[in-house]
Design a protein around this ligand. Structure first.
Ligand SMILES: NC(=O)c1ccc[n+]([C@@H]2O[C@H](COP(=O)([O-])OP(=O)(O)OC[C@H]3O[C@@H](n4cnc5c(N)ncnc54)[C@H](OP(=O)(O)O)[C@@H]3O)[C@@H](O)[C@H]2O)c1
Length: 180
């Protein structure tokens, strides 16, 4: 079971503003998010895990994925959605997922969840959004020496994006096995 992060940020590392995104809708990035988080294995469902504020920023539950929302409020319930109350519960849930039925796990924000799960993640799907935006929520800093860029695909602004973008995949560099 691999843990992945998926995030869109600007060059300042901003990811959110006033409960929403710092930028206008980016249809091509919404498609990218959907395709990556659903994946291409129809036999196993992927899991998306998010903080309560990110949940509230969504128009509706994310279809074809198991939605998990983190809140400290034990009374917070959403019909049909799994609400967990601590990082420990999330960790336990992830480690107990049956790989016969469930595929990859995606941490989809916000800031605290990214920070907490970055050390355990193997892959980060990053969309860089070019532009100057106002923001109040930042992606946590991370040691780029521990990550390699596996792919970087530029996308020029047009009808599917009001901004120039880069779709980047970063994979954790595996420690070298000592030779005998
Ligand atoms: N650009 C992107 O890719 C992206 C992705 C996601 C979100 N965003 C943006 O980021 C902003 C939301 O992010 P955020 O960081 O402010 O909030 P968030 O992480 O989405 O939600 C924070 C909430 O999650 C719950 N939570 C966090 N840590 C917890 C823990 N250890 N145990 C139990 N519950 C915990 C708490 O809910 P309770 O208060 O209910 O206890 C907390 O108030 C929005 O502006 C959103 O649009 C952007």
């Amino acid at each position: 079971m691999t843990i992945n992060l998926i995030v869109a940020m600007d060059h300042k590392g901003q990811i959110g503003n006033k409960g929403g995104l710092p930028w206008e809708n980016i249809p091509i990035d919404q498609n990218h998010f959907r395709n990556v988080t659903i994946g291409d294995d129809p036999t196993r469902m992927n899991v998306v895990i998010m903080g309560r504020l990110t949940w509230e920023s969504l128009p509706k539950p994310l279809k074809d994925r198991v939605n998990v929302v983190l809140s400290e409020n034990m009374d917070f319930k959403i019909p049909g959605i799994l609400v967990l109350n601590s990082f420990e519960q999330v960790r336990l849930f992830v480690h107990e997922l049956d790989p016969t039925f469930f595929g990859d796990v995606f941490i989809i924000g916000g800031a605290k969840l990214y920070e907490k799960f970055l050390p355990e993640a193997e892959r980060v799907y990053l969309t860089y959004v070019a532009g100057d935006f106002e923001g109040d929520t930042l992606f946590p800093g991370h040691d780029t020496k521990k990550w390699q860029v596996t792919s970087c695909t530029p996308y020029a602004k047009g009808s599917e994006s009001p901004y120039d973008l880069e779709f980047i995949i970063r994979d954790r560099i595996k420690p070298e096995t000592p030779s005998e």
